[in-house]
Ligand binder design. Structure first.
Ligand code: NAI
Length: 339
């Protein structure tokens, strides 16, 4: 069996999950080397996954490790430099979202990926690998709801993570680039069109600390696409029931609704308090299966020479819209995304 030797970059909150998926659940993948700034995380890679070739410095790993690919889950500010360096070194690259922390950075990744068609580059828009989101896309492509013209989508996190999120704002780019970017990608994917203008409002209704870092804890965004199609996207960091990502696609002949109740499983509780369902707690619990499918898709593309379904251009365009929403929110006016 062909084997893809991978250098894992970043072993934090998400990097550990990716590393476990690649090492334990993806036939054809082997984590040959790993790098993290944190010695405790490097020790984890050795004891949990048996990785021997461990680095603090990314460039050192790229130079000396025996790897075919890098899988990047480092902090967002490093994504572009690490991706471009790895592509130039002849490696296949998976890069977590965001692809860069400016549109210029994303364009640099796009350029580096485009001139190397024999290397796989894939950006981590994980929802595209969720079975329900994929099924909806197949139905839309088969004409099941006629012509789709409106996407309503939301990303909602539990309030208990808000304190952590405040600290994450400077490196993540804020609510539109960190959270809304997934909904933006879905809207582009389902509507098959590019965004022309964007408008966002929001506020720090529960946690004033977000306002202090020029961010928000709840936002609403409207996108107008070049064809006139629409998206209505919202984000909240202050939910009490669970992680609540759901999406609706409205077409000329029907509507698809995906995950409208964030149920943990099929159990329903009927008791003194009424009828209710337990909910998923965080993004990983909701998208666990999708994260594994995403990692497997990258490995298969790299081993078989197939083109990934998420391209560098998707990373650039979602980032472009995310920045326009942040600008609209800051300046209180409609932002023109493209003319
Ligand atoms: P984290 O802060 O928990 O971990 C960051 C990791 O990167 C640590 O292991 C750190 O040592 C390493 N690192 C930082 N700078 C580095 C450098 N220059 N060279 C090598 N390693 C470096 O962050 P978390 O939450 O794991 O997020 C990582 C990335 O994943 C972020 O870009 C984030 O936007 C993305 N993410 C994507 C999600 C999705 O739904 N697709 C969900 C959560 C995070």
């Amino acid at each position: 069996m062909k084997l893809l030797k991978i250098g894992m970059v970043g072993l934090g909150r998400l990097g550990k999950r990716h590393a476990e998926n690649l090492a334990l659940r993806c036939p054809g993948a082997k984590i040959e080397a790993a790098c993290s700034l944190d010695p405790v995380e490097r020790a984890w890679a050795k004891t949990r996954l048996g990785v021997e070739d461990l680095f603090e410095d990314f460039s050192a790993m790229l130079e000396s490790a025996d790897i075919d690919a890098v899988f990047i889950a480092s902090s967002s500010a490093f994504h572009t430099a690490q991706t471009v360096a790895a592509l130039k070194a002849g490696k296949h690259v998976f890069c977590e979202k965001p692809m860069g922390i400016s549109v210029q950075e994303c364009l640099a990744v796009e350029e580096a990926a485009e001139v190397r068609p024999n290397q796989v580059f894939m950006v981590g828009f994980v929802r595209r690998f969720d079975p329900s989101y994929r099924y909806a896309k197949e139905m839309i492509d088969a004409g099941a709801i006629g012509e789709p013209f409106l996407v309503r989508s939301q990303t909602v996190d539990l309030d208990e993570y808000a304190a952590f999120q405040v600290g994450f704002v400077p490196s993540s780019g804020g609510i539109f680039l960190d959270m809304n970017i997934h909904d933006i990608d879905l809207a582009r994917w389902y509507l098959g069109d590019e965004v022309e203008s964007a408008y966002a409002i929001g506020g720090s209704f529960v946690h004033p600390e977000f306002a202090q870092v020029k961010d928000a804890d709840n936002t609403c965004a409207l996108l107008k696409f070049a064809s006139g199609k629409m998206a209505d996207l919202s984000v909240s960091r202050t939910a009490f029931h669970g992680h609540d990502t759901h999406t609706e696609i409205v077409g000329t002949k029907g509507i698809l609704k995906i995950g409208m109740t964030p149920a943990k499983n099929r159990v329903e509780i009927f008791d003194l308090h009424g009828a209710r369902v337990p909910c998923v707690k965080d993004f990983y619990e909701r998208f666990e299966e999708a994260f594994r499918a995403e990692a497997m898709a990258f490995v298969e593309c790299a081993l078989n020479g197939d083109a990934p379904i998420v391209k560098a251009r998707d990373g650039t365009e979602a980032t472009r819209v995310g920045f326009s929403l942040a600008e609209s929110f800051r300046e209180g006016r409609i932002a023109i995304v493209r003319r």
